[in-house]
Write a protein that binds this ligand. Sequence first.
Ligand SMILES: [Zn+2]
Length: 184
Amino acid sequence: MSFVVPGEVLATEEEAIPIRGAYIDGKGYIRSTIIGLATLDRYKKNIDVKPLVKRELTLKPNSIVEGLVTSASDEVAIVKIYSTQDQNTRVEAVGLLHISQITSEYITSLLDYVRPGDIVKARVLNSTPPYLLSIKEPSTGVLTAQCSNCGGTLYLHQAGYLVCKSCGRQEKRKLAVGYLYVLR
Ligand SMILES: [Zn+2]
């Protein structure tokens, strides 16, 4: 069993059929629709995501959280927060990331820096939901990202941009130090 968040790739459609808490995304990937525990039964060829019981937990201002970007516009991104580093615990909260909290430079669209499907590490700015987030610091930003073209994992090239191994597309993000996938 593994802990999964909405949008996370669990398997390919050749490997399994989703029974609960998952869907096939049209590109051949089975993705979770919920925060839960995923079990892939390779013998029966099915995948089940058991929902986790919701936990109320108040986030403290200045804490560092991790979450999945579920939607984004030019101005604002919605982040499903699933863990907080300070308390080393799982949470379920909604965060808002405004264009003014991406970088200290002037930018015209948030979508050039953060996109739906990205996992971000962010700092919490306030003490009540919805939590306002910032990714201005170098340690915060995008931790993993998917190709906007084919849904594949984007790898960090040493030149600083992200590249998709499957289709070759190059993309840009506001990366966190410690972006997970590095091209070798
Ligand atoms: Zn691609």
